[in-house]
Each structure stands twice: as structure tokens, then as C-alpha cells.
Design a protein around this ligand. Structure first.
Ligand SMILES: *[C@@H]1O[C@H](CO)[C@@H](O)[C@H](O)[C@H]1NC(C)=O
Ligand SMILES: *[C@@H]1O[C@H](CO)[C@@H](O)[C@H](O)[C@H]1NC(C)=O
Ligand SMILES: *[C@@H]1O[C@H](CO)[C@@H](O)[C@H](O)[C@H]1NC(C)=O
Length: 450
């Protein structure tokens, strides 16, 4: 037999098996009707209906089985599969991660963890604040970006410093004053409010100080355009000067060594100080300010309403200096979902600000895994991995999608299929004409609950 004929014969055998398995169907999807026309083993390959060559995807219920507040004993069981735990169990963790313990039946294969809770990051406590980080060491799949959650009391300063990667900041609470200077000696000072952002290109020196607008100070999120960034290896003003001979300092600044008798003997990093005035302006400068602002009042950008929530995008189309970080703030109503989509070339680093959600990432080669998220968790989706984010709670889900890119870009599964010849779509998915006619040519971004 030729290889083609062998293949056709194999289809015939498969069909015979399927046909008998479906002889007394308890749940027989209507769409199977066409596939019951059994093809003779000598049919040519091209006329075998696609639905007859592969068993249809099962219709299992794959809901979230419990959540972090459910009064249940979480067990690794879904339908007929799995059984209870007899060994030790971390119940609070299992309550937060239902889709890990009892995955949807659509999950398969191994996908590296795309979840990291800041709760598992060692915190660095300082007088005046703290900082904790996520990078490729605690989340190996996150090779392109890293993040820091930082808290400063009113007046406290994240000291003057620089680093080899660019930094994108988003204020979660309170307000900050940032100071920056570029390599042309142009300086910049700005006071920013919740949901405002900043961007410091690689190597550009800056500081961040909490104002007293919130008497408790501020907390903000930092994202860096490199997965191996470490907040503990930034170049600090005090660390450097503590490691320069004082004779050299005197020569450099054309003064006496005694002028440096009180400089700190080691780095400060985060330290308390007096809150700055909100209306402070940059030091007057013959070189003037930079051609592009280092910050952007993202808080003033109106959200675009969507069927299931809203979205606000910030990238270099409106914030020109941000050439390596683009972002979207997404709100998903209860029951609604950030639609099935992917980002063509950029990895996504996401941060959950409010609510709870679940995301399944599809990694090609029959690999897909579902992760559950609470506020304070980080998500990560490598470029091209298909995914969705479902709101699993009773309150809005608000999260940031952040990309190492100058532009926000995504491809919507629904839009793709709506704009592909219907016969081609039908040949793949066996959808009926109604369903195909219903495909929406407009990108939904966030679709409403059914
Ligand atoms: C900011 O923090 C204050 C506590 O100082 C809290 O009451 C408020 O809800 C927080 N605001 C946001 C937007 O999280
Ligand atoms: C969590 O699950 C319980 C049922 O176990 C449900 O009553 C409650 O509404 C759920 N909470 C959220 C936030 O979805
Ligand atoms: C298609 O999607 C857009 C955007 O979500 C929505 O406004 C519109 O109502 C949808 N059209 C149909 C026919 O559902």
C-alpha cells in the first residue's frame, strides 16, 4: 500500500471505532451529524470530512471550582478525574489556585509558571519604605521584563541613581516627584499622581521622592525592559561616592577634602526626608528642559468603553520617550473576559491591580495551562502565546498589560476569523453558517459575560 492509502485506511479504522463509540450517544453534539457519513477506506484523502479525521473537542464543564473565599476543602478532583489529598496540604494556597490543583480538562503539557505573587518576593525593608522585586530568578519564563513594587513614606527618597535598563513607573497610590537629567544636560522635574507614568531611558540618572499629598506617602510599580534586572544592582550616588578616594572627590569638584567629611559611608537606597512642594520646578538651566517629557499624565487619559469593560493604552504614540515600554490598563467587568488574543512579537508582563482572574496560556504543540490571579500578582505571556483573561470574581478586574515595545499591538482571534473567507473557517472548525455570520469584524478587546 502507498503511504497515502495506508493513511486513508487508518482513517477508515478510526471512523469505524468512532462510529461504534457514538452508537448510543448520551451527549451527542449536533455538529457530529455530518461526520457520521463513513468514508470507504479507499476514499481519497481530500474528501474525508475534517470532523471525521479528529475526535471533536469534548464539552466538559471547566469552570473555576472554588475561589480564595470559598468555604470548601480544595481537592484535586474535577468530574470523574483525580481524587482527594492524603498527604500534607497548604489549603490557603490551594484555595487561591483552583486551576493548578484541579486543572481544566483543556490544560495539557508543561508551560513554565506565568504567575508570580509579590507576596513570595523577599522584601527589602528600609527606614522610610521598602521594595520587593520579581525577575528571571524567581520567574524563569519572564526573560524580557522585570518588576519592582516600591513604597515610600511621605518625603522619603529613592535615592539618585541610574541603571543599565530603561525604567517605566506607574503610581498606584499617593504622589511622587521625579527628577531627571539627560546626556545633553537638560533637566526635568515633575509631580505625578495615581495612574500617571514615567519612563527613564537606560542609563539616565533620576530620583523618586514621595510627596505628602497622601500623608502616608506613595506606592508605585516599576517595570524594567530586561528580565535579569536587579533592584539591588543599580548605580547609586552614595554607593559610588563612598568608593571614590576623597582626594579624587576634592579634585573632581575643585574643592577641599573637608567638604566631603559627612558623606555617607555606604549606600542609602531608600531614606526619609522632608516632603517636596507640589509646585516645585526644575533647577534653572541654560540648556533648558528635554525635548520629550519623562512623564505622562496617564490618569487624565479617558478609558475607551468596551462591551465587557474598558481599556486605556499608553505607548510612544502619545508618550514619545517611552520607546521600549508600552502598556494598557484593562478593566474587565464581573463575568466578562479579555478576549482570546496574542501579541505578535512582544512578551507581556502583567500586573493585577484589583479583583481576581484566570488566564490560560496556549504555548503551541498541544500545551496549555491555566493560572489564577489575585491583586498583587504578576502574570507573564511570551510573545505569540494565545491567551485570555477572565474575571472570576464579583468586582471589576483591573490589570496592566506591559510590553517591551514602542507600540501596543494585539491580534484578536475573533477579528481574524471574521476577516478570513467563511468557507476556509468552516473547513477548519465545522461551525454552522449562523455562527460564522455572527463573527465580529471589530476587535472586541474585552467581551461581556454571556
Ligand atoms: C491609597 O491609600 C489610602 C491609605 O492611605 C487608602 O485609603 C486608599 O484607598 C488608597 N487608594 C487607592 C487608589 O488604592
Ligand atoms: C467564591 O466562591 C463562593 C462559592 O464557593 C461564592 O459564593 C463567592 O461569590 C465567590 N466569590 C467570588 C469573589 O467570586
Ligand atoms: C461587534 O463588536 C463591537 C465591538 O465590541 C460591538 O460594538 C458591536 O456591537 C459588535 N457587533 C455585533 C453585531 O455584535
Amino acid at each position: 500500500m502507498s503511504p497515502t492509502l495506508k493513511l486513508v485506511a487508518a482513517y477508515g479504522a478510526l471512523l469505524a471505532g468512532l462510529h461504534s463509540a457514538w452508537a448510543a450517544p448520551a451527549v451527542r453534539p449536533a455538529s457530529l451529524a455530518a461526520s457520521t457519513t463513513v468514508n470507504a477506506p479507499n476514499s481519497v484523502l481530500s474528501v474525508v470530512p475534517v470532523s471525521a479525521t479528529v475526535v471533536p473537542a469534548p464539552e466538559d464543564a471547566n469552570d473555576l471550582l472554588w475561589n480564595e473565599t470559598s468555604d470548601v476543602q480544595p481537592e484535586p478532583q474535577r468530574g470523574p478525574l483525580g481524587t482527594n489529598i492524603l498527604g500534607p496540604q497548604n489549603v490557603p494556597m490551594d484555595l487561591q489556585n483552583a486551576d493548578m490543583l484541579a486543572p481544566p480538562s483543556t490544560d495539557e503539557g508543561s508551560v513554565g509558571s506565568v504567575k508570580w505573587p509579590f507576596s513570595l518576593s523577599p522584601n527589602r525593608l528600609q527606614t522610610g519604605g521598602w521594595a520587593r522585586q520579581q525577575n528571571v530568578n524567581n520567574m524563569p519564563i519572564a526573560t524580557e521584563m522585570a518588576g519592582v513594587d516600591m513604597r515610600l513614606e511621605a518625603g522619603a527618597i529613592r535615592e539618585l541613581h541610574w541603571h543599565k535598563t530603561a525604567e517605566w513607573g506607574f503610581i498606584m497610590n499617593g504622589s511622587v516627584q521625579i527628577s531627571v537629567i539627560n546626556s545633553d544636560g537638560q533637566n526635568y522635574l515633575a509631580t505625578l499622581n495615581p495612574s500617571d507614568v514615567w519612563y527613564f531611558p537606560a542609563g539616565v540618572p533620576h530620583s523618586i521622592q514621595a510627596t505628602a499629598d497622601n500623608p502616608q506617602g506613595t506606592e508605585f510599580l516599576l517595570v524594567f525592559d530586561s528580565g535579569d534586572f536587579s533592584e539591588d544592582s543599580t548605580f547609586l550616588l552614595t554607593d559610588w561616592l563612598a568608593h571614590v578616594p576623597k582626594e579624587v572627590l576634592a579634585k573632581n569638584f575643585q574643592t577641599d577634602m573637608s567638604a566631603f567629611s559627612e558623606i555617607p559611608g555606604k549606600e542609602l537606597y531608600i531614606f526619609p526626608s522632608t516632603p517636596p512642594a507640589d509646585d516645585a520646578t526644575a533647577v534653572s538651566n541654560p540648556a533648558g528642559g528635554p525635548p520629550q517629557a519623562f512623564s505622562f499624565e496617564f490618569s487624565k487619559v479617558p478609558a475607551t468603553p468596551l462591551a465587557g469593560g474598558s481599556v486605556r493604552i499608553i505607548d510612544s504614540s502619545t508618550f514619545p520617550i517611552a520607546t521600549t515600554i508600552a502598556a494598557a490598563e484593562v478593566i474587565v467587568d464581573p463575568g466578562a473576559m479579555r478576549e482570546l488574543h496574542w501579541h505578535p512579537t512582544q512578551d507581556e508582563w502583567s500586573f493585577f491591580l484589583e479583583g481576581t482572574g484566570r488566564m490560560t496560556v496556549f504555548a503551541s504543540s498541544a500545551q496549555a495551562r491555566t493560572f489564577d490571579y489575585q491583586a498583587g500578582d504578576i502574570g507573564y505571556v511570551p510573545a505569540s502565546f494565545g491567551h485570555f483573561v477572565e474575571n472570576t470574581g464579583n468586582t471589576p478586574l483591573r490589570f496592566l498589560e506591559i510590553f517591551k515595545s514602542d507600540r501596543f499591538q494585539d491580534i484578536s482571534l475573533q477579528q481574524w476569523l471574521a476577516l478570513t473567507p467563511p468557507a476556509l473557517v468552516k473547513a477548519h472548525l465545522n461551525l454552522d453558517d449562523n455562527t460564522i455570520a455572527h463573527l465580529n469584524k471589530t476587535k472586541g478587546t474585552v467581551v461581556k459575560g454571556s
